[in-house]
Design a protein around this ligand. Structure first.
Ligand code: DAH
Length: 350
């Protein structure tokens, strides 16, 4: 019995040792077969327990099973350890090649509309205009009423309007998505005294079908200058300087009478086509001229409405669509391209 006990102890020691020494799963499996397999010495001892004298059987039986359990546990632990270590093969093939050049991250850029809006605002800022923004959800009062467009005035049809549902908005006055940036003329004049020189970039909304030159959400840039002695010549001179900065030194401008309720006289302004130099081409639809904005002298009714004395103060105003300006400047034929998010289009504007 002593000899058997000694043998089991030795068996355990050498098994645990070999398991710890095994360098990969194959060697570990070899050790398992050697110590726990069908032909292993331990298996033979366990199988022959019945042949032992009755008083030795429980002692040796207990010891042999403890040895077996210890070996099994050590194998399981070693297997886990070996699996978490990458093999030599993996280490050889998975090596990181530090000489490979890195991949350039894609660098974003400003959207072409953002670029043109900033460029336009910068030009006016350099001429002394402040840049101010205003609310996109607006009262009827500012969008129409105070701009000399009373309720039921036929001119309201110039702007197809998205109205805000008064019950859901819990308001008792008509509210809308602004159809132009002109309401900011009123808000600014209400809050300041002349002299005023501002440009107002911002989003506007119209209940209109979308096509190649119209979107229901779009940008405008409004301009307003009010002081004593401002004349139509100031309007012309300012816009002339602006156009030359944006479209080049040789540009000519042309004013034609147009109607907007908040100005008198009202005009639209065109520049001579820079593509064909006025000879007539597809861009200018053979007219030689490109229309870029509406403008005029602020209507006395509008000045009076905000408490300015129309006998003392005069002013000019203008409003333009930067998308149209960008389309003309870059020869873009469809306004929808701006919001299609096609990188091939957007990447052309570095
Ligand atoms: N608000 C006008 C529109 O959306 C554009 C405009 C015309 C603005 C004449 C002005 C102006 O300030 O004087 O159609």
């Amino acid at each position: 019995m002593e000899a058997l006990r000694q043998e089991l102890d030795d068996l355990k020691a050498s098994a645990l040792d070999q398991i710890d020494q095994s360098a990969d799963p194959a060697q570990l499996e070899q050790a398992r077969v050697q110590y726990l397999g069908r032909k292993a010495r331990l298996t033979a001892i366990l199988r022959q327990l019945v042949a032992l004298p009755p008083q030795e059987r429980p002692v040796i039986g207990l010891l042999a099973n403890q040895v077996k359990q210890a070996i099994e546990e050590r194998i399981a632990a070693r297997r886990t350890a070996l699996e978490s270590v990458p093999s030599d093969e993996v280490l050889a093939t998975d090596r990181i090649d530090v000489t490979l050049p890195g991949r350039w991250p894609t660098v974003g850029r400003l959207h072409p509309l953002t670029q043109i809006i900033r460029e336009i605002c910068r030009i006016f800022a350099e001429m002394g205009f402040a840049v101010i923004e205003g609310p996109e959800v607006e009262w009827d009062y500012y969008n129409f009423e105070a701009l000399n467009i009373p309720e039921d005035h036929p001119a309201r049809e110039m702007w197809d309007t998205f109205w805000i549902d008064p019950t859901s908005a819990q308001v008792d006055k008509p509210m809308l998505l602004r159809t132009h940036t002109s309401p900011m003329q009123i808000r600014i004049m209400e809050q300041t005294k002349p002299p005023i020189r501002v440009v107002v970039p911002g989003k506007c909304y119209r209940y209109e079908a979308v096509d190649a030159s119209h979107e229901s959400q779009f940008h405008q840039i409004e301009g307003l200058a009010v002081d004593e002695g401002i004349t139509f010549a100031d309007l012309k001179g300012t816009l002339y300087a602006f156009v030359r900065r944006l479209f080049g030194d040789e540009r000519k401008i042309r004013f034609r009478c147009d109607y907007f309720p908040f100005v008198e006289p009202g005009v639209d302004m065109s520049i001579d086509c820079f593509r064909c130099k006025g000879a007539g081409c597809r861009l200018c639809k053979m007219s030689g001229w490109l229309e870029i904005l509406g403008a005029g002298m602020v209507h006395p009714n509008v000045l009076a409405r905000v408490g300015y004395d129309p006998a003392r103060y005069t002013g000019f105003a203008f409003g333009m669509g930067p998308a149209r300006v960008a389309m003309l400047k870059y020869g873009i034929e469809d306004i929808r391209l701006f919001h299609d998010n096609d990188l091939r289009f957007l990447q052309q504007f570095p």
